[in-house]
Design a protein around this ligand. Structure first.
Ligand SMILES: [Zn+2]
Length: 318
């Protein structure tokens, strides 16, 4: 079968369209792609931010599509299945170098992707754009919330709340009964308020936020220190992302020592959480936020993302 792929041949260069012939091997299937989300991670790869990343590559781990006429999702990670992490359902921590569709294997910036049948699962319905936009962010939020031990009534801060991850994370945390403070830029404030969260836009946000039990740090370097000042004694800061990739610096280490802060990294999500995210979207417990574009216009979309001109996820439609 012939499929079309948008191929990244050089970092920071436009994607190039290629036709390739694919034939699924034993225990593999060809999923016909119907929509693919552009993850922040894809953009880090595009910029050359992952050391040792091999080109050419077909990016995109956030794809959904059809198999035998049914709507399906694909857990985009191939893990060893035998290490202790994999055996205990924590395959996000697989020690044997997991392979990811859209990285080491050709991904969803394409009209089709060949994957092992075992990674495919049924979607609750065929709102392809919604699933492509929100599966990865909602699963990321579910995992991070679990690491933090979020319970109803907790007051939590989400930084980068207007971004593709943040806008879905605030909804998940609200859905879990948390009292959410969303930190974002002034241009996205009104929009976020519509999700029933408290919105803060100050650069120095410590006073406006007050005291929180948990911080979900999606920005990293620019907000980390101010975030820690809002965190209660023995509170937890979950490090979900560090957008600039630059080193993090603790400006007031004594504060975190005296308050016994916990800093916990959050690594993606497990397969179970990925499928759980599909149920959250299917039951409309979150409202996916995205703008959709034809796959053919991917180079324009990447430019628009650099200008921060897209609200929520950008979704590509083959
Ligand atoms: Zn993603």
């Amino acid at each position: 079968m012939e499929i079309q792929q948008a191929v990244l041949e050089q970092f920071r260069a436009p994607f190039v369209f290629r036709s390739v012939d694919v034939s699924p091997g034993k225990d593999e299937v060809l999923v016909r792609v119907r929509a693919t989300g552009i993850c922040g991670r894809d953009r880090v790869i595009w910029k050359g931010g992952f050391r040792g990343f091999r080109l050419p590559a077909v990016l995109g781990h956030e794809f959904v599509g059809e198999l035998d006429g049914k709507p399906v999702g694909v857990y985009p990670v191939v893990t060893c299945g035998t290490c202790e992490a994999c055996r205990s359902g924590q395959e996000n921590l697989c020690i044997h170098g997991a392979e990811i569709y859209g990285e080491q294997r050709p991904g969803g910036y394409a009209t089709g992707v060949v994957v092992p049948r075992a990674l495919v699962f049924d979607l609750p319905d065929d709102r392809f754009e919604a699933y492509a936009a929100a599966l990865c962010p909602v699963a990321t939020a579910l995992h991070a919330a679990r690491l933090a031990g979020v319970t109803p009534g907790m007051r939590v801060l989400v930084t980068g709340a207007g971004g593709g991850v943040g806008v879905h994370m605030v909804q998940v945390l609200r859905g879990m009964g948390a009292e959410v403070v969303a930190l974002t830029s002034p241009s996205k404030a009104d929009f976020l308020t519509s999700f029933g969260v408290e919105v803060v836009t100050a650069r120095r946000f410590r006073k406006a936020v007050g005291r929180v039990d948990v911080v979900f740090e999606n920005v990293g370097r620019e907000t980390l220190n101010e975030s820690l000042m809002t965190l209660r004694p023995q509170g937890t800061l979950i490090l979900v992302g560090n957008v600039s990739g630059a080193p993090l610096e603790l400006l007031r280490p004594a504060l975190s020592i005296m308050r016994e802060h916990r800093l916990v990294g959050s690594a993606a999500y497990t397969r179970k959480e990925f499928e759980e995210a599909a149920r959250w979207i299917g039951e409309q417990r979150v409202r996916p936020v995205y703008e959709a574009f034809p796959l053919m216009s991917i180079n324009d979309v990447y430019r628009a993302l650099e200008r921060r001109a897209i609200r929520g996820r950008a979704v590509l439609l083959p």
